[in-house]
Design a binder for this molecule. Structure first.
Ligand code: HEM
Ligand code: HEM
Length: 180
């Protein structure tokens, strides 16, 4: 078994989550540039919420996959690996935490969640204070995470072009599907 790439399913979910998260962020950032009386503003927010809910589902599938597939990759035991694991853990907390705080903010505001809202149990009572708290957490985290995603991506690019240690191939689907 090839030990230089992640399992193809892990790679597939990595890039699927990446695409969905970037799209969710673009939609909500675009919303801020649309004038208040323009209906596009509400639409952008609605589609942001739709993508956010899909991300929650995909991340849960991704985590279940990680439990069942045997990832053949050989892990180096270094300090760099330790920091890499911390960033990966933060990224997982973010991928779960963002949709959950988004759902909590809508529920505490007493507003319906478009598309799949009926499937979520009611987790919180309506309260203006709670709504404010979850909105702050959701927005603050959402803006902080750019730093973690940036650090993670810069690290990957650094290792590919400066250290040339072949780490990028671990997450490339074309390499993995040839190898597995
Ligand atoms: C939303 C953005 C991103 C998130 C949330 C994310 C998350 C993760 C996570 C959690 C892992 C660990 C493997 C796993 O559990 O699936 C990982 C691995 C990896 N990611 Fe990302 N990633 C993102 C964007 C990127 C980008 C833009 C690049 C490249 C420029 C990249 C390159 C890599 C590489 C090379 C690995 C393998 C690291 C290793 O095992 O040594 N990621 N990513
Ligand atoms: C990974 C998934 C998600 C990410 C990355 C994300 C990211 C963000 C960010 C960065 C903001 C703040 C934008 C700003 O600074 O103005 C925001 C706002 C918001 N998000 Fe999310 N979000 C996600 C999922 C969700 C979900 C699932 C919901 C609800 C079902 C949701 C509802 C909202 C709402 C209502 C706002 C406030 C919009 C406003 O300004 O009125 N989000 N989100």
């Amino acid at each position: 078994m090839n030990k230089t790439t992640h399992h193809p399913l892990i790679i597939f979910f990595h890039w699927l989550c990446f695409g969905l998260i970037i799209a969710a962020l673009i939609l909500i950032e675009m919303k801020n540039f649309v004038p208040r009386d323009n209906p596009w503003r509400a639409d952008l927010k609605t589609y942001h919420m739709l993508l956010g809910q899909i991300i929650l589902l995909v991340v849960m599938l991704r985590m279940m996959t990680k439990l069942v597939v045997i990832n053949p990759i050989e892990q180096e035991k270094t300090l760099a690996r330790f920091f890499k694991k911390i960033i990966h853990a933060c990224l997982y907390i973010f991928m779960l935490g963002m949709p959950i705080t988004g759902i909590l903010l809508m529920q505490s505001a007493g507003k319906p969640i478009p598309f799949f809202g009926d499937f979520f149990p009611s987790m919180i009572q309506e309260s203006a204070d709670l709504k404010k708290t979850f909105k702050n957490i959701h927005e603050y985290w959402g803006n902080t995470i750019y730093v973690f995603i940036g650090a993670h991506a810069i690290m990957a690019i650094w290792r590919k072009y400066i250290m040339k240690d072949g780490s990028m191939q671990k997450i490339l689907l074309a390499k993995a599907s040839r190898a597995h």
